[in-house]
Design a protein around this ligand. Structure first.
Ligand SMILES: [Fe+2]
Length: 129
């Protein structure tokens, strides 16, 4: 069952949606159920996917991977989302960009800071500060 902010993908056409309000129905695209993208938190090979969060003056830097993730035409990080005490900041990326984003945030010391990123080949990943 879908929940708020879950990410779903159509395996047929590649559409990706984020649930903003769950009404109880089934998400369907191209005539088939969309697939929920589970948030992975550990990359057992080279740690190229787990987003790393660093608090810096005026905000947070998010870098994808302790080993930087590739940003190639056929394999790249499509977006990074930072969630600070429930506030969501979102940045799209494209091939050739660096797999890192600086998010400005100046609303005091947050209690929870989480980042999610989406790799076009390896799916959804989550990291915490
Ligand atoms: Fe990847």
């Amino acid at each position: 069952m879908a929940a708020k902010y879950d990410v779903y993908k159509c395996e047929e056409c590649g559409n990706i949606v984020k649930v903003l309000n769950f009404g109880g129905g089934t998400l369907v695209c191209c005539g088939q159920d969309m697939v929920k993208m589970d948030e992975k938190t550990a990359d057992s090979t080279t740690e190229k996917h787990v987003p790393l969060i660093e608090k810096v003056e005026g905000g947070f830097n998010v870098t994808v991977g302790s080993t930087l993730h590739p940003m190639l035409e056929n394999h790249w990080i499509q977006w990074i989302e930072l969630i600070v005490d429930g506030k969501r900041l979102f940045q799209e990326l494209k091939p050739g960009d660096e797999p890192k984003v600086q998010f400005c945030y100046s609303c005091g010391d947050p209690e929870t800071v989480t980042a999610r990123e989406y790799c076009n080949l390896h799916g959804l990943w989550r990291g915490e500060l």
